[in-house]
Design a protein around this ligand. Structure first.
Ligand code: FES
Ligand code: FES
Length: 153
């Protein structure tokens, strides 16, 4: 069945089973590498992407039900917030294997775009659906705080 999708501004028409999880289509047909398969059950956040600027979990969403524009980290070039986050994650050594990080970035960017001074509690609440199997949660929170300081300097 033909499914139409817009990913990072590119219109795609795909002959796929509409029940296929969006994540599979993104990775296999839309050149997206940032979103990852972690749990496949909506429990870890590794597959998070934006649908009309709202964070969604692409591993559990059937591609046939997607109405709107999908955005992934690949769509951002020279984005000030993501640049600050990237630098801060390196300085705080918040990335170990990196598997969870794309999902966390796609969630942290809208947080910092809306709120330049999020509290630790607000960061924790924003990231509550994201698991880091390397256990770097504390460093991830510090990195987001560091990025927020840079953005408001
Ligand atoms: S892979 Fe989607 S939430 Fe874990
Ligand atoms: S850095 Fe390895 S899962 Fe988070």
């Amino acid at each position: 069945m033909a499914v139409q999708l817009t990913v990072n501004g590119q219109a795609l028409t795909l002959d796929v089973d509409p029940s296929t999880p969006l994540l599979y289509i993104l990775r296999n047909d839309a050149s997206v590498n940032s979103a990852k398969y972690g749990c496949g059950a909506g429990q870890c956040g590794a597959c998070a992407v934006l649908l009309d600027d709202q964070v969604i979990l692409s591993c559990t969403l059937p591609v046939g039900s997607v109405k709107g524009n999908i955005k992934t980290l690949e769509s951002y070039e020279d984005d000030r917030t993501l640049s600050a986050l990237n630098k801060a994650f390196i300085v705080e050594q918040a990335v170990q294997c990196g598997y969870c990080i794309s999902g966390i970035m796609i969630r942290a960017k809208p947080l910092l775009d809306k709120n330049k001074h999020p509290s630790i509690q607000q960061i924790k609440e924003t990231l509550q659906g994201h698991l880091c199997r390397c256990g770097t949660h504390t460093r991830i929170i510090k990195a987001i705080q560091r990025a927020s300081r840079e953005l408001s300097a």
